[in-house]
Design a protein around this ligand. Structure first.
Ligand code: AMP
Ligand code: ZN
Length: 512
């Protein structure tokens, strides 16, 4: 199911699609929006902008410093695989931009205070709720889940953003931003908190820039918790006051309290990236509230556009079609894959096998299917001539790979190009594609380059080598029954066999 409805596709997007593929033939004069791209190998990069609801050509303010903010975790529970889809998406977008020659400065927040159990400011602070339940301090809880999160990033080969910033380390920045919003008349101080005056900011039509819903539509069917001193139920807290039982509190010009969740992202994004940032991303759940509120706060404080391209990815859902979420109680995490002896990087390939704007249905078996592709690529890496220059025909695949990425980050198509290239290398018995594969892996992030090195150094144990030799003999005698038996014996010992069309076979250890 498409996430940002297909009906929203604009005629300008249709026109762009009708105009044909985005690969510019080498030597083509760059014109229009692409004119600021230097050099002949540069290609226009298109991405769906939730602000315009259309696929737009990405034009960086400064291609040597693309500013990118992606919403990070709230560290009160283990991040589930749905969350990991979000970080894999952000990492892939960054890598795709880098593949296109952009330098990207990526900032991600860690929310350790102020995110309430309801995104509408109601309920309990999520981190404090866990702290109370587990008899630990909020800081202990936040550090514990932050460290698990960082370890998961490493296992999934997600590059560390240039800045990872915790909300509780940026209280002074938030206070300064709230003071500016107050000065400009878009907020007011009440007994229970400093609130953003949503109706004043939105004006008569009351429509949100991203959701395009009026406030009443946006909150239809929800029972908004309305602090009696708020002017409107739609107003949201910038700073919460007079909550004596809240554990994390700081002094402010308005009294002791703590920040609202939305102001954290605005303050940290602008601190590290400036008043106007190129790209901001997150899951589609952030469209109607969190990102809408971030825009309102930031733009009312600076009077300048906050984000140029808002990019939202769809959910990872369970087999029943429901969003994988922490509130559902049981949710899959990285350990579940590891326990099932599935290579975590197969989850990365699994995420890339769907378009980011489409829901993706999770099951261990589906990730196992992606793992077959992972081992297909690793299997190739095991026997590839790393030292030799690439064959000229790889150039066409590089063009197609880039064209797929640049077409609204079409990773399933890019992956298909990679597999097709390897397939051709086997079929034509011309394996001189390693340089190109390594370049592709800068985007795929499946540690292919390490595999080339690792597999070259790998010593095959004598008992495994004996089985491999016996299987080679069986295959040369066309004794396929025995060959299959030996394949299963190797599998039982953790080695996968891959038979090539030319009669040769490759063997590699399974990850576990
Ligand atoms: P949270 O820790 O809940 O603040 O979420 C961190 C990020 O994960 C946000 O960008 C969410 O939009 C995203 N997210 C949460 N659940 C899912 C899901 N099931 N699939 C994809 N992304 C998700
Ligand atoms: Zn955020």
């Amino acid at each position: 199911m498409a996430i940002v409805s297909d009906a929203a596709t604009t005629s300008s997007e249709e026109q762009r699609r009708a105009a044909g593929p985005q690969v510019w033939p080498p030597g083509t004069q760059l014109v229009g929006g692409s004119a600021n791209l230097k050099g002949s190998s540069l290609r226009p990069f298109f991405i769906y902008n939730s602000l315009s609801r259309s696929v737009e050509e990405f034009i960086a303010l400064d291609r040597d410093r693309v500013t990118y903010y992606s919403c990070g975790p709230t560290v009160y529970l283990r991040q589930h695989l749905g969350n990991m889809r979000s970080y894999i998406f952000a990492d892939t977008l960054k890598r795709a931009l880098e593949f296109n020659g952009y330098a990207v400065r990526h900032v991600m927040n860690i929310t350790d205070v102020g995110h309430m159990t309801s995104d509408e400011d109601a309920g309990e602070d999520k981190v404090e709720k866990t702290a109370r339940a587990e008899g630990r301090s909020p800081q202990e809880v936040a550090h514990f889940y932050r460290d698990l999160f960082l370890a998961d990033l490493n296992v999934l080969n997600i590059e560390m953003p240039e800045v990872i910033c915790a909300a509780s380390d940026h209280i002074a920045d938030m206070i300064a931003l709230i003071a500016r919003i107050l000065e400009r008349g878009f907020a007011y101080v009440a007994h229970s908190g400093v609130y953003f005056d949503v109706e004043k900011y939105r004006g008569a039509n009351r429509r949100g820039r991203l959701s395009r819903q009026s406030l009443d539509e946006q909150h239809a069917g929800q029972r908004l918790e309305h602090a009696p001193d708020k002017k409107s139920p739609h107003d949201f807290a910038l700073w919460v006051l007079n909550q004596p039982t809240h554990l994390m509190q700081w002094d402010s010009p308005w009294g002791r309290g703590y920040p609202g969740w939305h102001i954290e992202c605005s303050a940290m994004a602008m601190k590290y990236l400036g008043a106007t940032i190129d790209i901001h991303s997150g899951g589609i759940d952030h469209v109607p509230i969190h990102h809408e509120n971030e825009i309102a706060q930031s733009e009312s404080a600076t009077g300048r556009p906050f984000v140029r391209y808002f990019v939202h990815h769809a959910f990872l859902v369970g087999m029943e079609g429901a969003k994988i979420s922490k509130s559902a109680g049981k949710f899959p995490v990285l350990e579940d894959l590891i326990r099932a002896r599935v290579n975590p990087l197969a989850f990365r390939l699994f995420c890339l096998s769907a378009k980011y704007r489409s829901e993706l249905v999770f099951s261990i078996d589906a990730v196992r299917a992606a793992e077959r592709n992972l081992y297909y690529l690793y299997g190739f890496a095991a026997s590839a001539p790393v030292e030799e220059a690439d064959s000229p025909w790889t150039q066409a695949y590089r063009e197609r790979f880039q064209a797929a990425l640049n077409d609204d980050l079409n990773t399933p198509e890019a992956l298909a190009v990679v597999l097709e290239m390897v397939n051709k290398a086997y079929r034509d018995n011309d394996r001189r594609i390693c340089g190109t594969l390594k370049q592709f892996d800068r985007v795929l992030g499946i540690r292919l380059a390490e595999q080339f090195e690792y597999l070259k150094r790998l010593k095959v144990p004598a008992d495994i080598q004996a089985l491999i030799d016996e299987r080679a003999q069986a295959r040369s005698k066309k004794d396929f029954g025995r060959s299959d038996e030996l394949r299963m014996q190797l599998q039982a010992r953790g080695w996968e066999a891959k038979d090539n069309r030319d009669g040769t076979s490759e063997y590699m250890p399974r990850w576990n």
